[in-house]
Write a protein of this length. Structure first.
Length: 132
C-alpha cells in the first residue's frame, strides 16, 4: 500500500484532475496508474514529474522503444519493482520481444558487475577513452 494512499480521479482536486486529464490524453488511455495517484498528495510534485516525463519520453533522437528499454534498465539497476513493471509493459507495447528483454537484462547484469569491479579495483581510465 502506498505510504499516503492513492488519490482516485473522483476524489482529486481540480489541479490534480487537470494533470490526470493530460496524462490520459497524452497516453491515450482511460485510467491513471498508481504512481501518479500516489504523487497526487503533492500536486506540485505530480505536475512537475509529469511534465518532465512527458518531455523526456516524447519523440526525439531516440525512438520510444529505446527510451523505454533504457528506463527499464535503470529501473532494474535501481531495483524499483513498480518501474520495472510499468516500463516493461510500455516497452512491450513499443515492440520489445522476449528475446530483447532477456538480452537487455543480460547487459544490465553485466554492466552492474563490471561497474562494481572497475570501482572496487579503482581502475584508472585509459587515455584513449577520454574525449577532448
Amino acid at each position: 500500500m502506498a505510504t499516503l494512499g492513492l488519490i482516485e480521479y473522483e476524489n482529486a482536486s481540480a489541479e490534480v484532475r487537470a494533470v490526470y486529464g493530460d496524462i490520459m490524453a497524452t497516453r491515450k488511455t482511460d485510467w491513471i496508474n498508481n504512481f501518479w495517484k500516489a504523487l497526487a498528495h503533492d500536486p506540485a510534485t505530480l505536475r512537475r514529474t509529469w511534465l518532465s516525463i512527458k518531455e523526456i519520453m516524447a519523440p526525439g533522437a531516440l525512438d520510444a522503444l529505446t527510451k523505454e528499454m533504457l528506463y527499464l534498465a535503470v529501473s532494474a539497476t535501481n531495483q524499483c519493482g513498480y518501474c520495472i513493471a510499468s516500463h516493461t509493459a510500455a516497452a512491450r507495447k513499443a515492440g520489445m520481444t522476449d528475446a530483447m528483454l532477456a538480452e537487455l537484462m543480460a547487459v544490465v547484469g553485466m554492466a552492474n558487475e563490471t561497474n562494481r569491479l572497475a570501482s572496487g579495483y579503482q581502475v584508472e581510465i585509459d587515455a584513449q577513452f577520454r574525449t577532448s
